[in-house]
Design a protein around this ligand. Structure first.
Ligand code: ATP
Ligand code: SF4
Ligand code: MG
Length: 340
C-alpha cells in the first residue's frame, strides 16, 4: 500500500493512561474512500484509538510510541495549533451521544456556522448560512432554513445525529471517525442514519473508521474489519471473508456469538467464555490465551501479525492462524452444504 496515498496511516501506536498501556502497538491503514469497521469487546481500546487520532485523549492519556499520518501528513500531537487546524478539516469525529456533543444553549445554525467559520475565516455570513443550509439538506433535515434557529432539544435524537454528521463533513475531511454513532438511537433511526452516512461518504469520497459493537452493521456498511482485543488489532479481514475465512480464534468466537449465526449453527446464543484481562494485568504472550481453546505452549510468546492473504490485506495475530482459518472455511462450507 502506498503510504503517500493513505487517508489514515497509524503505525505501531501505543497509548497509556498514567502508567497503564492500553493501546499496545496498533497498525491501521485506511485508503481514501475506504470504510473500515473496528469491533471488539468493551475496553479493547476502540475509542482510545479514535480519541488518540483526534488528539482528544482524556487527562492522563498520552501517545507513548508510534506515528499517525492523516491524508499523507504526519500529525504532531504536541502542536495544539496544528491540531486545531486538523480537527474537522483533515479528520472529524462523530460520537455516540449527539446531545452531549452539541451545545444546548447555542442554536443549531450557530453551531454549524462555527464549524464552517473555524476553517474558513474569510467566508461571509451569507455564504456560511448558505453552506449550513446545504449541509442540513445533504443530511436530510427537513425545512433546513427554518431549522437553523432551533436548539438541540428541539431536534429528535436521529435529527441531532444528522446535525453532527453535517458538522463532521462541513469541511470535507479526508477521514471521518464514527464511534458508535447510532447506539443511542432506536433501530429504525439507526438504519436511516447508517444509510445516510453510507451515501454521503460514498459521494464525497471520505474514508470512514466506524467503531461499533455490532458486526452486523460492519458486514453491511464496511469494506474491511479490524478486530481489537486488549489494546491490539488481532485480525484485519475483508468483510466478504469474515464469516468463512476468520483466522483468529477471537474473531471466530465473536462471529459465533452473533444471535442469527448462533441460532442457525447451534440453536442458541453462545457467549465467549471468560472476560478480557484487565489492562493493568495483561498476561505475557497472547492476551486471548486464557479464553482460547486453540491455545498451546507457544502462545506464551506474543504472536506477530501473520499475513493470511497479502492481496486482501488479511492478517491475524495468532500462532495457529492457518489452522483456525481452515476450521472457519470448513464450518462455512458445511453451512453452505446444509443450505444447498
Ligand atoms: N479516561 C481514561 N482514564 C483511564 N483509563 C481509561 C480512560 N478511558 C479509557 N480507559 C481505559 O482504556 C482501555 C480502553 O478503553 P476504551 O474506552 O478505548 O475501550 P472501547 O473499546 O472503546 O470500549 P467500549 O466498547 O466500552 O466503548 C480500558 O481499559 C479503559 O479502562
Ligand atoms: S496465539 Fe494461541 S492463544 Fe492466541 S489466539 Fe492464537 S491459538 Fe489462541
Ligand atoms: Mg468506546
Amino acid at each position: 500500500m502506498n503510504a503517500e496515498q493513505l487517508a489514515l496511516d497509524i503505525q505501531h501506536l501505543k497509548i497509556s493512561y498514567g502508567p497503564v498501556e492500553v493501546i499496545r502497538g496498533v497498525d491501521i491503514q485506511v485508503q481514501p474512500g475506504e470504510k473500515i469497521g473496528i469491533v471488539g469487546e468493551s475496553g479493547s481500546g476502540k475509542s482510545t484509538v479514535a480519541l488518540g487520532v483526534m488528539g482528544l485523549l482524556a487527562e492522563g492519556g498520552r501517545i507513548t510510541d508510534g506515528s499517525i499520518s492523516i491524508a499523507g501528513k504526519p500529525v504532531n500531537y504536541e502542536d495544539e495549533k496544528r491540531l486545531n487546524a486538523m480537527r474537522g478539516k483533515d479528520v472529524s469525529l462523530v460520537f455516540q451521544d449527539p446531545l452531549s456533543s452539541l451545545d444546548p444553549v447555542k442554536s443549531i445554525g450557530n453551531q454549524i456556522a462555527e464549524a464552517i467559520r473555524w476553517h474558513n475565516p474569510r467566508m461571509s455570513r451569507r455564504e456560511i448560512r448558505d453552506r449550513a443550509i446545504q449541509l442540513l439538506t445533504a443530511v436530510g433535515v427537513p425545512d433546513p432554513a427554518g431549522k437553523l434557529s432551533q436548539y438541540p432539544h428541539e431536534y429528535s435524537g436521529g435529527m441531532r445525529q444528522r446535525v453532527l454528521i453535517a458538522i463532521a463533513i462541513a469541511n470535507d475531511p479526508a477521514v471521518l471517525i464514527a464511534d458508535e454513532p447510532t447506539t443511542a438511537l432506536d433501530v429504525t433511526t439507526q438504519a436511516q442514519v447508517m444509510e445516510l452516512l453510507d451515501s454521503l461518504v460514498e459521494r464525497l469520497g471520505i474514508a470512514v473508521v466506524l467503531v461499533t459493537h455490532d458486526i452486523g452493521v460492519v458486514a453491511e456498511f464496511c469494506d474491511r474489519v479490524l478486530v481489537m482485543y486488549s489494546g491490539r488489532v488481532v485480525e484485519q479481514v475483508r468483510v466478504e471473508d469474515i464469516f468463512d475465512r476468520a483466522a483468529h480464534p477471537y474473531t471466530a468466537a465473536l462471529l459465533d456469538s452473533l444471535p442469527s449465526r448462533a441460532a442457525e449453527a447451534h440453536g442458541e446464543l453462545k457467549w465467549i467464555p471468560g472476560s478480557p484481562p484487565p489492562m493493568t494485568d495483561v498476561p505475557p504472550g497472547c492476551a486471548f490465551a486464557p479464553r482460547c481453546h486453540w491455545a498451546v505452549e507457544e502462545c506464551s510468546v506474543q504472536p506477530a501479525a501473520r499475513v493470511i492473504d497479502a492481496q486482501k490485506l488479511h492478517t491475524a495475530e495468532c500462532h495457529r492462524a492457518e489452522e483456525v482459518q481452515a476450521a472457519s472455511r470448513q464450518a462455512g462450507g458445511e453451512k453452505e452444504a446444509a443450505h444447498a
